[in-house]
Design a protein around this ligand. Structure first.
Ligand code: BGC
Length: 388
């Protein structure tokens, strides 16, 4: 995904295009190159104009009634961040006076499509979506657009469709850069001089964040691999080799078990790149089971158990991307839409394969034992986990 800063003027053109193109047909699973996609979008744009859909642009920027229904469609509840999102959206939307429909789809794409479909039928004015698969929601979201519903991507990009008004997320490539840098820093701090024996893990391949996390991390690690300071003993350095289907911790643990059995019977593993906390704990457990000394392992989400592990030195670091900040930003956008003020301005956009999607980007923070009390100073629940 190519990201770039754009000027406010350009953004309003993008927003208009988003709405104009919003009524096209489903384009799931498209494998077009991004240049082809741009051409296609332009063609559709013209077609939309000739069908007179400019009127709909005007309608779509109108506000809606206070107390309206807002849908929130989450991919699953398998990691703490999504459970927090379920609770916080339910509470915060109701506090703001809306009627909330908050559902999670258990990693099953058809279930998520049906849930969104029923939110449209129930008259939702805005649907907030954390997609299971970034490319598989085009048709149903285009139905939402046809019904005049605003669509906001949550935490993950929505790909290959024009039917998205904006995405609220922590920088995904940035998150990976922080993970890669923390791994490198941890190796130097904890494992003496290199070269270091390292293995790499990625997240679920359908989640658009996962390749971006990996890409960001590899931008830091690849030069060290090239210089011989880091050795990927298994030789598995491609995202496709390292990905963890469905973000499933058990699958990650199985892969770690076999990497250790196949490559480390006569050597120690020094570090592992992990895309999130659940996978980090699976990796640490596999290393323990294999009698390996504790490697430097990264993470993401500041899950309670990993906050404890970081504090105890069992997991080297995590990355905090507070759910309350993402939910607050989403509700700020919903309020702006409700009042008829449209999507707030932002100077970041990402090519989703079809259009330049406005991104409301927040900054993630690395959490290590030495800054953990500072990072969670305003988070009493996590502070309570840091027992001496
Ligand atoms: C989220 C992570 C989460 C992962 C698995 C990603 O898209 O950004 O916070 O750990 O999905 O649920």
């Amino acid at each position: 995904m190519q990201k770039r800063k754009i000027m406010a003027m350009m953004l309003s053109v993008v927003l208009a295009t988003t709405t104009l193109v919003g009524c096209g047909s489903g384009r799931e699973g498209s494998t077009n190159t991004s240049d082809e996609k741009k051409t296609e979008a332009t063609t559709q744009d013209t077609a939309s104009d000739s069908e007179g859909e400019a009127t709909e642009t005007a309608t779509a920027t109108e506000g809606f009634e206070e107390g309206a229904t807002i849908g929130v469609s989450l991919p699953w509840l398998g990691t703490q961040n999504w459970k927090e999102a379920e609770t916080m959206f339910t509470e915060e939307l109701e506090k703001a006076g809306y009627k909330a429909i908050v559902q999670a789809a258990d990693q099953k794409v058809p279930q998520q499509q049906q849930q969104i479909e029923s939110m449209i039928e129930n008259g939702a004015k805005v649907i907030v979506v954390g997609p299971i698969d970034g490319t598989q929601l085009g048709s149903v979201l285009e139905k939402a657009k046809d019904a005049g519903v605003y669509v906001i991507g949550y935490d993950r990009l929505i790909e290959n469709t024009a039917a998205v008004d904006g995405v609220v997320q922590f920088g995904s490539v940035r998150t990976g850069e922080l993970q890669g840098q923390a791994l490198l820093d941890g190796l130097k701090a904890e494992k003496g001089d290199g070269p270091y024996n390292v293995e790499l893990f990625g997240g679920g391949p359908a989640d658009p964040n996962a390749p971006n996390f990996f890409k960001g991390a590899m931008s830091v690690l690849q030069p060290e691999i090239d210089a011989g300071n880091i050795v990927i003993v298994s030789g598995q350095t491609e995202f496709t080799q390292c990905a963890t289907e469905d973000w499933d911790n058990a699958k990650a643990q199985k892969r770690m078990d076999s990497l250790l059995a196949g490559n480390y019977s006569d050597k120690e593993i020094d570090g592992v790149l992990s895309p999130n906390d659940g996978i980090a704990r699976a990796i640490v457990t596999a290393c323990e089971d294999a009698g390996q000394p504790n490697p430097v392992v990264t993470g993401l989400d500041a899950e309670n158990e990993s906050v404890e592990w970081v504090w105890q030195g069992k997991q080297y670091c995590t990355v905090a991307k507070p759910t309350q900040d993402l939910v607050a930003k989403s509700i700020e956008i919903i309020n702006s839409l409700q009042k008829g003020e449209g999507m707030p301005a932002t100077d970041v956009a990402t090519d989703n394969g079809k259009i330049e999607v406005p991104i409301y980007e927040l900054d993630p923070t690395v959490v290590k034992k030495d800054n953990i009390k500072e990072v969670f100073a305003n988070d009493p629940d996590r502070m309570a986990l840091l027992k001496d």
